[in-house]
Design a protein around this ligand. Structure first.
Ligand code: ATP
Length: 512
């Protein structure tokens, strides 16, 4: 099935099974804003816990905060967002559709890469075990030509971004003959800059309202609390501050479901280090974070690092963790070496000293910062994309979400085989004994087969069935979602069996 079709099905599945709804749906929706349903919120909470505990529990020098969304407007002046948090936009004059100029060019680069990969895959199939990929890439003329094309475009693009040269960005789009996917024409406007921050007013207009912004990132809430946390927590460098919270960006092109939203959630950690040591820490966090992703078992080949074409105004190193979504490799997380830019700017704009006295060096300095910044919603989409499976079985088919057990919204469903003979009561008893440890669901409606399918579609890793034998010997069948295998176990052992498999310790063991 084409990847686009899979993506459409996945979006429909998220709605049908209570994961994600369009915001304000009964009013025809609001662009790029989404609500999470009864299972979506559980999955989101579990992802948050996986991230939070991996930062705060596993690192004794990382602590958390929860700062306000509204902040003093000067913060956004100091951080550079008022002047430079822009995206280059371009309109197609025929379709009247608006695009990000950089994204159009990135998609063109991805197309060339796709051609190369297809060529390699074809050859790999032809030559079988004897295939030497490196040699093929170095000698096949079509691959070499496309690689040269990619390099030339990539260099030109990076140069244009670094020079903030909007005319050149437009010229690249023209020269590459990039057409609007809607109108199919190449009738483009000039490229303009567009600031992504939402603004609103605080206080009544009578006494002069203050223009405030909805934060476009959670990081600044950490920077302006650096001193508070360092002093009250008696933190010693190196140390980190983690935060999970909402961020808002008036995205120009908001497509691809929850991949690019106008209101979204970030999980960010700012790690404060000695000047000069930041690139070592950058490498260390890069490694820690990729392990965190890979521990979920979605396949190492589905991740890659992507170096930035243009470093943000504050960074001296930056890399994205990309995951292979059904619509291609895309950024899920950014790891940035932000230098002392933010803290120095806040020193300048606030007039307060933001320093650290390093007892080992016997000197004060403005700490350098390495940031890890991951979008919770994109991570959610990664989990759903990786977990969604359509399986052909002997007699029928099933749709199953193979969500890692530790993240699954419902851990077990308890199902009485029939609605009588004391089975419902026995099932309720089991739930009562397990509900403080796991999110359990009771279901007695429809045939047992249908109930299994429903739980598969939600992603419940265990179904426990109560039958006549259960009433006699206190055993049940436990059915495993991924293999569909069943085994008979004692009710008394359920807590242990399930507890071992859903524990986040299984994931933490792989990253620590
Ligand atoms: P992009 O290039 O896709 O716009 P970005 O590089 O601007 O993203 P960052 O500023 O590095 O993103 O933000 C850190 C993380 O926040 C991203 O890796 C992504 O997971 C998430 N994120 C950013 N913008 C959005 C959005 N509009 N919707 C959902 N998640 C987002």
């Amino acid at each position: 099935m084409a990847q686009e079709d899979i993506f459409k099905k996945l979006v429909a599945h998220c709605k049908e099974y209570g994961y994600v709804f369009q915001s304000s749906e009964i009013y025809d929706g609001l662009g790029a804003v989404y609500d999470y349903g009864q299972y979506g919120v559980e999955l989101k909470n579990n992802i948050k816990k996986y991230w939070w505990d991996s930062m705060v529990l596993l690192h004794e020098n990382v602590v958390g905060i929860d700062s306000a969304i509204f902040m003093h407007p000067t913060i956004w002046k100091a951080s550079g967002h008022v002047d430079a948090f822009n995206d280059p936009l371009i309109d197609n004059k025929d379709s009247k559709k608006r695009y990000r100029a950089d994204v159009l060019i990135e998609e063109q680069l991805a197309k060339i890469e796709e051609k190369i990969n297809k060529e390699v895959a074809k050859a790999a199939k032809r030559f079988g075990d004897a295939f030497d990929e490196q040699q093929f890439r170095e000698t096949n003329q079509r691959v070499l030509d496309n690689q040269a094309k990619w390099n030339a475009l990539h260099n030109r693009f990076a140069q244009a971004l670094n020079d903030s040269n909007l005319e050149e960005l437009r010229q690249i789009i023209v020269d590459e003959e990039i057409a609007c996917p809607i109108s199919g024409t190449r009738n483009w406007t000039d490229v303009r800059q567009f600031n992504l921050m939402f603004a609103t007013e605080m206080g009544s207009t009578a006494d002069g309202a203050l223009k405030v912004y909805l934060r476009p990132e959670t990081a600044q809430g950490i920077f302006v609390n650096y001193l508070n946390v360092q002093k009250t927590g008696r933190m010693k460098i190196p140390f980190g501050i983690a935060q999970i919270g909402k961020a808002f960006r008036n995205e120009i092109v908001a497509r691809q479901f929850i991949f690019r939203m106008r209101e979204f959630e970030q999980m960010e950690m700012q790690f404060f280090v000695r000047p000069g040591s930041e690139l070592d820490w950058f490498e260390k966090w890069k490694e820690t974070r990729i392990k965190w992703h890979r521990a979920l078992g979605f396949g190492d080949e589905n991740y890659r690092f992507h170096e930035h074409e243009k470093l943000a105004h504050y960074a001296n190193a930056a890399v994205d963790v990309e995951y292979k979504f059904p619509f291609g490799f895309k950024e899920v997380e950014g790891i940035h070496s932000r230098t002392d830019f933010d803290l120095s700017q806040h020193e300048k704009f606030s007039g307060k000293k933001i320093r650290y006295f390093d007892p080992e060096l016997n000197e004060s300095y403005v700490p350098y910062v390495v940031e890890t910044s991951i979008g919770l919603d994109r991570m959610f989409l990664q989990v759903i994309s990786a977990s969604y499976c359509e399986e052909q079985l002997e007699k029928d088919s099933r749709v199953v979400l193979k969500i890692p057990a530790a993240l699954a919204p419902v851990k077990l469903a308890v199902l009485p085989l029939v609605k009588k003979d004391g089975m419902p009561e026995k099932a309720r008893e089991i739930i009562d004994s397990l509900k403080f440890d796991f999110n359990c669901q009771y279901d007695e409606k429809d045939s047992i087969g249908k109930r299994y399918r429903r739980q598969d579609a939600i992603g419940t890793p265990f179904c426990v069935t109560v039958d006549h034998q259960s009433l006699e010997d206190n055993t049940v069948t436990i059915r495993y979602r991924d293999t569909m295998e069943q085994e008979r176990v004692a009710i008394a052992d359920l807590g242990k069996i399930i507890g071992e498999q859903v524990s986040m310790k299984n994931l933490f063991g792989k990253i620590n």
